[in-house]
Write a protein that binds this ligand. Structure first.
Ligand code: ADP
Length: 483
């Protein structure tokens, strides 16, 4: 079975969040199941710099008014199509924003271009390789099913759209519609039209053959207005086509037995090595903790992630003997409040602002617990890394966090099945209650060690989830054969 994946970021080439991890890991997990997945992504400078030999698949003299080329390359076990469109993608900054953090103003056009080429590959642009099915990710690729539906071939190729975070909808003024080069009937309720605007994610959710999201709990949450962000009505209409499939992790990159990001003389992130890794983390972060737990955060610093709750809980955390190590960037107000706590509690609260892959590994290897008090979390990956490394996740009861952590309530601790601490509601009081429980459990080293060992045995691999995706693809292809 041949599947084209369309994504705006793919690890290890370019990453801002969990989407990249999934887009990078899924092809490798699907290969043993007989699914040959190729991935289309934009030719950002960061991507072009990492790739070696590239083959020209097609020259594209007119791509939404610009010239471009479709290239093919291989990297880290991935088979890639690169959309080399310098006008859209060769610029400083990240995939979505410029160096000062402002969204590129033509994102609507950049990702329409990506989506359009996804549809063209599905319709036979590469005469050597034509997919049986396309799998697109988030709003940036959501126009692929739309371009397919309104193409001359008429959408005969099945499509799957995965929602990684429904908060990002790709909603733009209707004035852009003519530039998308779609027929007028695409701007209707059955296509892109969304409250008078153009809605990329809306259009994808309307037209893809199947919808998935990245955990079963999030699949039920997005049916409610509180989580559905205005798309809950549409999703409710399509609930029969919606599946929640929890993400796995790349267990080669995140392998406690041999983690190339951990300092060589500690060589691994196993429990035996945790004391050394803890010391290395403290040295790196300038922490001088006592016997109390070190909590870490590796996250975008946003309201979604409940960082404001952590800021309010810092006094309590430090007063009870804890320390806090933060790695992240994002909201300037949250960053400033965390910096103020660093100044208030030297040696006990410390922060690295920015994106640092090696440090994110050391955090999981050396901290005692990872704080993830998200208000919503489609799947979440950092709790899965925490499980694998024995860095106990302390999580809000929502989305994928609820699906992957077994709360350390009395019964679960007695039965030795607990893998973390969950709390609800996700409020300051909820978090303080969870921290209180964490201090109590950590003060009992045997119980804490049992919890770490149980966590480390959790199945966080892709194997079961990849099988669910493969089954979904099979099911859709069977529909093509019947029709
Ligand atoms: P989201 O996709 O909502 O940001 P996830 O938990 O699904 O959250 O994925 C976040 C990914 O990005 C994880 O792999 C995490 O380790 C990584 N990450 C987040 N912030 C940083 C950072 N500042 N430095 C390094 N890695 C980070």
């Amino acid at each position: 079975m041949k599947v084209l994946s369309v994504a705006s970021e793919v690890f290890p080439l370019i990453k801002t969040g969990g989407l990249a991890d999934v887009a990078g890991a899924l092809p490798l997990a699907l290969a043993p199941l007989g699914v040959e997945m190729r991935t289309l992504l934009p030719g950002y400078p960061q991507v072009m710099a990492k790739l070696g030999d590239m083959r020209v698949v097609a020259e594209l003299p007119w791509l939404l008014g610009e010239t471009a080329a479709l290239l093919a390359a291989s990297h880290a076990g991935l088979e890639l199509y690169i959309l080399d469109a310098p006008f859209f993608f060769d610029r400083p900054g990240g995939p979505y924003a410029d160096a000062s953090g402002l969204d590129h103003i033509d994102n609507w056009q950049r990702f329409a271009a990506l989506s359009r080429i996804g549809a063209e590959i599905a319709n036979g642009l590469d005469s050597d390789w034509s997919p049986d099915l396309v799998h697109v990710h988030d709003w940036q690729a959501a126009l692929t099913p739309i371009y397919l539906k309104y193409s001359a071939a008429g959408g005969r190729v099945p499509s799957v759209i995965t929602i990684h975070n429904i908060a990002f909808k790709g909603q733009y003024s209707s004035t852009i519609f003519p530039s998308l080069e779609l027929p007028p009937d695409a701007f209707t309720v059955d296509g892109l039209e969304y409250y008078g605007d153009v809605g990329y994610l809306k259009g994808g959710l309307r037209t893809a053959w199947a919808l998935t999201t990245v955990s079963p709990t999030y699949a039920t949450e997005i049916l409610q207005p509180e989580f559905g962000m205005g798309l809950e009505g549409l999703i409710a209409e399509r609930v029969g086509d919606l599946t929640g499939i929890v993400n796995g992790i790349d267990d080669i990159v995140w392998n406690p037995e041999g983690d190339r990001h951990i300092p060589a003389n500690y060589s691994s992130a196993t429990l035996k090595r945790r004391a050394e890794n803890r010391a290395a983390l403290c040295a790196r972060m300038g922490l001088t903790p006592g016997d109390g737990p070190i909590f870490c955060i590796v996250s975008r610093l946003t309201g979604q992630k409940g960082i404001d709750l952590v800021i309010e809980a810092i006094d309590f955390l430090v007063a009870n003997g804890g320390s806090l190590a933060v790695l992240g960037s994002g909201d300037a107000v949250l960053e400033a409040a965390l910096q103020a706590a660093v100044v208030r509690y030297p040696g006990r609260v410390s922060m690295v602002v920015g994106y640092d892959e090696p440090l994110s590994h050391l955090m999981q290897a050396g901290a005692d617990a990872i704080l993830i008090p998200s208000r919503f979390e489609p799947c979440g990956l950092t709790q899965l890394y925490g499980l694998r490394y024995g860095c106990i996740p302390i999580v809000g009861h929502t989305g994928g966090l609820a699906d992957t952590i077994i709360d350390a309530n009395g019964a679960a601790v007695a039965a030795r099945v607990a893998t973390g601490i969950e709390f609800t509601p996700v409020t300051l009081d909820g978090l303080l209650g969870a921290l209180r429980r964490a201090f109590r459990l950590h003060a009992d080293p045997k119980t804490w060690a049992t919890m770490q060992k149980t966590a480390m045995k959790s199945d966080v691999s892709w194997s079961s989830s990849a099988r669910q995706y493969a089954n979904l693809y099979q099911h859709l292809l069977a529909r093509v054969q019947v029709s």
